[in-house]
Design a protein around this ligand. Structure first.
Ligand SMILES: Cc1cc2nc3c(=O)[nH]c(=O)nc-3n(C[C@H](O)[C@H](O)[C@H](O)COP(=O)(O)OP(=O)(O)OC[C@H]3O[C@@H](n4cnc5c(N)ncnc54)[C@H](O)[C@@H]3O)c2cc1C
Length: 481
């Protein structure tokens, strides 16, 4: 007699869970497990990275990666719109906010992050809810609410000049709003860019018609019941019909805390993504591994793959050793890439910079001996794929490191095959060319075959160029009769 299937409960139905389900099903997990997913948001999983498209007016369905029918078709139970309250880890019961409870054998936390809401005067109404006109930017629902509120000619203030804030600012400005970004750092995106990089970005953002106030923060949100302005820390006020909060996130650990799991910044996990409590795991932005939490999708996807290997027994010795983080993004339409250190650390570190003031492009390497310890590119990211490969594998830089800023000049045929085209999914040019030679004849087919282009999507143009340069072999048509 075959043993009873264990019940695997996943808490959260975001991007980490979406990938975990794919990885589990690819490894035949349904032979071993009944899988149930509890998601606080309504509907199936979607690509959160593409939320700005919905904010800009796209149909929300365009970013859905797993509609509810997918779960039914694949034998996975979806409880959407249901928030988990806590786990009773002794009795192995999951309790939901709406008073249901269900048994589990294994549980995976994938509750992501929650946006920071600074405790400012006027931010909330008496009931603790955000004052009407104040928005956070994390979910489809948030975007639909913002979209319904924003009107051409209105004034918007965006708090936070990181990726999310600049993305929201660009969409609102494109919709005809007067937009001011207020950012506490001296320069924009100061986590990923040095001061010169941040200043070059600021010039380009301002060229879109967006106003930027750096080195400033908010002291109060003004208005009676609705927002009608904000007061800055220099005592100046700005009229505002809406305020968008994009000033950071923190791992969402409320359910884990209520379940008595060990927590630091995030839910503490080891190299198998297990918490100290038997049968309970965590992945994605809510998880803390080796003292680190992550705020981008690639680590969440890497963790999902390892956890699936372990839980299905496909490779029980698979271990997660942390992720190398690099960012390659389109920030409000401007190409930006950043990896490793943004400034030198040792006296012996060498810095190489190329500044093109007219084009608004800036490229910088931080070099230690022959090793690349950091790089940043603003406005011209043509070298990003080669730099990511060098950084990721710890390859030595060319004798003249400046060559690394000129893509193609230093790499022979084999090296180009290793060139990372899709950062989110770590797909190399070689893997893509292999998929093309096996018949992937369109960008969509390439995405399906390799997962390239399914994260932030910024490499899709490159996929099209690759297809044009290396067209698939002609398909043979069997002669009739
Ligand atoms: C606007 C925006 C742009 C971004 N752009 C990029 C980018 O360009 N590149 C990049 O790499 N990353 C980007 N990110 C970050 C990326 O989206 C995250 O890294 C990724 O979504 C993390 O996946 P996750 O599953 O850990 O968390 P999430 O995708 O946030 O999913 C967590 C889910 O858990 C649910 N949940 C929480 N608590 C409970 C509960 N108690 N019960 C049930 N469900 C619960 C939440 O509702 C949510 O649906 C962006 C994020 C945003 C918001």
């Amino acid at each position: 007699m075959s043993p009873r299937k264990k019940r695997l409960v996943i808490i959260g139905n975001g991007m980490a869970t979406c990938r975990l389900l794919d990885e589990l099903l690819e490894r035949d997990a349904l032979h071993r497990y009944e899988i149930a997913v509890f998601g606080a948001e309504r509907g199936g999983a979607y690509n959160r990275i593409l939320l700005s498209k919905v904010l800009g007016g796209d149909d929300p369905d365009a970013i859905v990666t797993k509609p509810p029918s997918w779960y039914t078709d694949h034998g996975v139970q979806l409880h959407d719109g249901v928030s988990v309250r806590r786990l009773d880890t002794a009795a192995k019961i999951v309790e939901t906010e709406d008073g249901q409870s269900a048994r589990y054998d294994l549980a995976v936390f994938a509750t992501g992050s929650q946006p920071l809401v600074p405790p400012l005067d006027g931010m909330t109404n008496g009931d603790g809810e955000l004052r009407p006109g104040v928005f956070i930017y994390r979910t489809l629902d948030d975007c639909l609410k913002m979209r319904a509120h924003a009107r051409a000619g209105d004034n918007a203030v965006v708090l936070g000049g990181g990726l999310l804030g600049l993305e929201a600012a660009k969409v609102l400005s494109d919709a005809g709003l007067h937009v001011t970004v207020v950012h506490a750092g001296r320069t924009l995106m100061n986590v990923q860019l040095d001061e010169l990089g941040g200043e070059m970005l600021e010039r380009q953002i301002e060229a879109y018609g967006i106003f930027v106030r750096t080195g400033r923060t908010l002291e109060a949100v003004l208005g009676d019941s609705f927002v009608d302005g904000v007061r800055l820390d220099d005592d100046k006020t700005l009229a505002a019909d809406m305020l968008v909060l994009a000033c950071g996130v923190r791992p969402r650990v409320d359910v884990a805390r209520a379940s008595d799991l060990p927590i630091n910044k995030g839910i503490i996990v080891n190299d198998t993504l297990a918490t100290e409590v038997p049968g309970v795991y965590a992945i994605g932005e809510c998880a803390e591994h080796a003292g680190r939490t992550y705020g981008i999708v690639t680590p969440a996807w890497e963790q999902a793959a390892i956890l699936a290997e372990v839980l299905t027994g496909a490779n029980p010795q698979a271990r997660y050793r942390g992720s190398k983080v690099y960012t390659r993004l389109k920030v409000a339409g401007i190409d930006v890439a950043s990896m490793g250190r943004i400034d030198p650390e040792l006296d012996s570190d060498e810095v190489i910079q190329v500044v093109e003031t007219r084009r608004g492009a800036y490229r910088k390497l931080v070099v230690r001996g022959r090793a690349l310890v950091g790089a940043m590119l603003v406005g011209n990211t043509a070298a990003a794929a080669d730099l990511v490969r060098i950084f990721d594998r710890g390859d030595p830089l060319p004798d003249d490191p400046l060559e690394a800023l000129c893509p193609g000049a230093s790499s022979g045929g084999d090296e180009r095959a290793d060139r990372m085209v899709c950062n989110c999914n770590k797909v190399s040019e070689g893997r893509l060319r292999e998929a093309i030679s096996c018949g992937a004849a369109s960008v969509e087919a390439l995405c399906l075959a390799t997962r390239a282009g399914t994260g932030c999507g910024s490499c899709r143009t490159e996929l099209a160029q690759l297809l044009a340069r290396h067209p698939p072999p002609p398909t043979r048509i069997a002669a009739a009769g």
